[in-house]
Design a protein around this ligand. Structure first.
Ligand code: CO
Length: 133
């Protein structure tokens, strides 16, 4: 079952500049976190009811690199929804005909919790991340 909105991720070409912009608008931002398993660096912007994940490539072959090639000034990359049980959520998604990206197995996400991504073509053009709460 799908639970709360965990975060909205925005790909940015310059993580420091993006964090500075949100800080200037009075938002609290986290320190930079490297996620080598996902090929990205992230900073979280804390919101009253959720957070934004600012996302930049960590390596040249990062999945975010191709996205930034298409959207050089950045853009909305994915939405993360919480689920109670990641394996049950994967089974539900597959039963509904939704493709799970990669090998279909959960990986460790930005909060040290298991995550999977659902194919944007099956999710109305939006990349959806499911994170076990
Ligand atoms: Co995310």
């Amino acid at each position: 079952m799908i639970g709360k909105l965990n975060h909205v991720a925005i790909a940015v070409p310059d993580l420091t500049a993006a964090a500075a912009r949100y800080t200037a608008m009075g938002a609290g931002v986290s320190t930079v976190e490297d996620l080598p398993e996902h090929g990205v660096q992230v900073i979280f912007v804390e919101l009253a009811n959720s957070r934004l994940e600012l996302l930049a490539p960590l390596t040249k072959n990062s999945p975010v690199t191709a996205f930034l090639d298409r959207h050089p000034e950045g853009g909305m990359h994915h939405i993360c929804l919480e689920v109670e049980d990641i394996y049950a959520a994967i089974d539900q998604a597959k039963a509904a005909g939704t493709r799970v990206l990669g090998d279909g197995q959960p990986r460790t996400g930005a909060h040290g919790k298991p995550v999977v991504f659902l194919h944007p073509k099956d999710m109305h053009g939006v990349l959806i991340e499911l994170e076990q709460a």
